[in-house]
Design a binder for this molecule. Structure first.
Ligand SMILES: Cc1cc2nc3c(=O)[nH]c(=O)nc-3n(C[C@H](O)[C@H](O)[C@H](O)COP(=O)(O)OP(=O)(O)OC[C@H]3O[C@@H](n4cnc5c(N)ncnc54)[C@H](O)[C@@H]3O)c2cc1C
Length: 390
């Protein structure tokens, strides 16, 4: 097992920031312009050991916490949100598999994650279901040695560049829509054929194309209780890590607004005038929202790290709290980016300027859609019918 490049858990954030500065930031514009996969950045994630950062100690990994991974994703998103989303989506799968897969699967997958050779994509969304999180149309069909899965996946980010795809499916052809399992689909028993394009407003580097997935899945590569895995791990890690991308975008917007305000003040001072406080006033207001964003993320990630092994994590209350992290962050980021644009003025509106908000605003526009905020609100609304506390 290659552990030489593996960061210690407390180096995870520094590694992500370094990759952001040295690689992701330098190719972010062209990744966005050409809607191409950020392969240089992902090569950096592979060689730094970051892909295996959540692998637990018992399997030879650094067992980074969700708080650390959230900060790492946010640090990377400040340079390239597409790259950060790749890291976030991969880690949601890793977290889920390391906690819920069979022991055989965990032992087989961990060394490949640690050596950086296994980038995992996900195929949850399905043609005909929209963004419904807890239902599937496709089903595992029993075969001689295991199962066969045939899925029309509506969106598989970086599917063509991944080394495996983790897919939701019904347990069997006779199962109800919400009786789901999670299937780890690996080459050579995996065929993934794109059936459409990915030409979007933002997050263009994620290459999230619709795909036809066909796989043979051995029994040990099936997580048999997805309802449990979803509630305990997939939902909270997805809420926190997707939100960390929005947080990173908000930080980037704040930094650009701050630099615009300081540069104007410098120019005013140099011309002998007293710097106007108008922009700084708006920036102070933006800082209040950024503070909320940081607290929401820090609180959500810490709550998960604290409760992940307790029964609390499997309660409606906890799931609603995690959904609230995503609901808050996905609306705050849009507000912050809009305010930052107001502070930067034309420099913010211009493409290619030092303080351009173009890519940030386009990337952030996906925040309420991915997973649609109405889905999370509906889940909370349903829970509130029986929950005693808000
Ligand atoms: C950048 C990006 C990357 C993605 N990558 C992946 C990936 O790798 N793997 C993957 O599986 N998916 C991925 N997705 C898909 C994502 O997880 C959601 O499935 C998708 O964004 C939802 O698409 P939708 O808006 O068409 O669907 P919906 O969630 O169906 O929303 C459409 C509309 O329907 C309304 N609506 C319909 N039914 C309900 C209901 N019951 N409750 C509440 N509202 C309802 C919503 O309000 C909304 O207005 C990605 C999406 C994006 C934007």
């Amino acid at each position: 097992m290659e552990l030489l490049t593996m960061p210690r858990a407390d180096d995870v954030v520094a590694s992500a920031r370094r990759i952001g500065e040295e690689v992701a930031g330098r190719c972010a514009e062209v990744v966005d312009r050409d809607s191409r996969f950020p392969s240089e950045t992902v090569a950096g994630l592979r060689s730094s050991g970051l892909l295996g950062a959540l692998v637990p100690h018992e399997l030879g990994g650094p067992e980074a916490s969700l708080q650390e991974m959230s900060q790492a994703v946010s640090a990377l998103a400040q340079y390239c949100a597409s790259s950060a989303l790749v890291l976030a989506m991969h880690q949601i799968q890793v977290a889920t598999l390391m906690r819920h897969a069979t022991n055989e699967a965990r032992v087989a997958l961990a060394p490949r994650l640690l050596s950086g050779e296994l980038l995992l994509a996900s195929a949850n969304s399905e043609v005909g279901l929209g963004g419904e999180r807890r239902s599937s149309l496709c089903a595992l069909e029993p075969t001689e040695g295991g199962f066969r899965l045939d899925k029309q996946a509506s969106t598989v980010s970086y599917g063509e560049f991944a080394d495996g795809v983790v897919a939701t499916a019904r347990r069997g052809p006779e199962s109800r829509a919400n009786d789901q399992v999670l299937a780890v689909c690996l080459p050579p028993s995996l065929e993934l054929d794109p059936t459409g394009e990915w030409d979007t407003l933002g997050l263009r580097g994620t290459r999230s194309r619709p795909c036809h997935l066909v796989a043979e899945v051995p029994p040990e590569m099936v997580v048999s209780d997805y309802a449990d895995a979803f509630m305990r791990t997939s939902l909270p890690t997805s809420a926190v890590l997707l939100s960390s991308v929005w947080w990173g975008l908000a930080e980037a917007a704040g930094q650009r607004a701050h630099s615009s305000v300081r540069s104007k003040a410098r120019k005013e001072r140099m011309s002998g005038a007293e710097p106007s406080l108008r922009g700084a006033f708006r920036l102070a207001e933006l800082g209040v929202l950024l503070h909320q964003m940081r607290e929401v993320l820090a609180g959500g990630a810490a709550a998960y790290d604290r409760s992940k092994d307790s029964p609390e994590v499997a309660t409606f209350q906890f799931s609603s709290r995690m959904d609230n992290v995503k609901l808050s962050s996905s609306t705050l980021v849009l507000d912050i980016a809009q305010r930052a644009m107001g502070i930067c003025g034309l420099g913010g509106y211009e493409n290619g300027s030092q303080t351009s908000m173009g890519r940030i605003m386009r990337d952030a526009a996906a925040a309420p859609l991915m997973v649609n905020n109405d889905r999370a609100l509906e889940a909370t609304a349903q829970a509130l019918l029986v929950m005693k506390e808000l």
